[in-house]
Ligand binder design. Structure first.
Ligand SMILES: [Zn+2]
Length: 315
């Protein structure tokens, strides 16, 4: 179903969105609310359709760890074997509500702030058993935790989500592979060190909102056959350098997802830099070539490059 044929972007969009609600065919309160996608940086999103607020890999702290920082960033430097700390003041200023949190995999730049956010909001969290084991170590109660393997298709009130089996970015010039997993028998003492946030397998999600379906990515990789027939309205496309080591990544991704009308690059920024620091290098290196590629491969698709903490509004 391709009902998204127009988009509204950034500042000023809210006003125009109001003008278009009469075309939405809403049937009551909340029915005509546009889909709002706020980019949290990294692979992180806050998506709301007026009924539910869904967070995707909400990583706010953007710790300076493992190199790749900026000399003007005077925050403390973390090593990978340092105990992880969430910037709870910053999180509180950005995240006020969540009904669901979808976690693609367990690495720190995806899961690191979820223990605090899950506790603060009471959100239901969907992710791998490794992710659930980490959250359990932080004291998140079992009734908030939904361990999945990929293949599940769950209906909740006002929201449904299909869990899609996926694979991690081909880091280290394709030498990355981590088969470690956590389960109920794993001994974990929170707070964990940054390097105890292991991948634990990778997922994607087809999140179905009131009038839109959003296919989410947390890596620059995918299992092509698992995406056949999903035909999302909106694709959050992993767009970072490691995709260049994959066979025809852009073309295969867009074709198998049915050339989505709206494509929003994700996980393209330098997540070691705080909000407010320039991300122009990532725009030039990752987004600009991707926009050009989409124009050739899927000319009817529209790419919306996101900006940190700004909201994209889709009617
Ligand atoms: Zn990762």
């Amino acid at each position: 179903m391709k009902r998204v044929n127009r988009l509204l972007l950034g500042v000023g969009a809210a006003l125009v969105a109001v003008l278009w609600t009469s075309q939405a065919g809403g049937q009551g309160d909340g029915q005509s609310t546009p889909l709002q996608l706020k980019y949290l940086g990294t692979a992180g999103w806050e998506i709301s359709d007026g009924n539910v607020v869904v967070l995707i890999d909400p990583y706010i702290s953007r710790l300076k760890y493992g190199g790749g920082g900026h000399p003007d960033d005077d925050r403390p430097q973390f090593a990978r074997d340092d105990v992880a700390q969430s910037d709870t003041t910053l999180i509180d200023s950005i995240i006020t509500r969540a009904d669901f949190i979808l976690v693609h995999h367990g690495h720190f730049d995806h899961l690191g702030d979820v223990p605090y956010i899950a506790e603060k909001t009471g959100a239901k969290v969907i992710g791998t058993e490794t992710t659930m084991t980490i959250l359990r170590a932080y004291g998140i109660p079992d009734d908030q935790l939904y361990a999945v393997s990929g293949g599940e298709d769950y209906q909740f009130d006002d929201f449904s989500v299909r869990v899609v089996p996926a694979i991690h970015s081909a880091l280290g010039e394709k030498h990355y592979h981590d088969s470690r997993r956590y389960d109920r028998y794993t001994d974990l003492d929170a707070p964990l060190r940054i390097n105890q946030f292991i991948e634990g397998g990778s997922l994607m999600f087809l999140a179905r909102f009131d009038r839109h379906t959003v296919l989410t990515m947390g890596s620059m990789n995918f299992v092509e056959r698992e995406l056949e027939g999903l035909d999302p309205d909106v694709l959050l496309a992993g767009v970072n350098g490691s995709r260049l080591g994959l066979y025809k990544y852009d073309q295969r991704l867009l074709n198998v997802t049915g050339n989505p009308p709206i494509i929003i690059p994700t996980h393209w920024d330098n997540f070691r830099l705080p909000y407010g620091f320039s991300q122009e290098a990532g725009v030039a290196r990752n987004i600009a070539p991707f926009v050009s590629a989409v124009a050739t491969i899927s000319p009817d698709s529209r790419v919306i490059p996101p900006t940190h903490l700004e909201t994209i509004v889709l009617q």
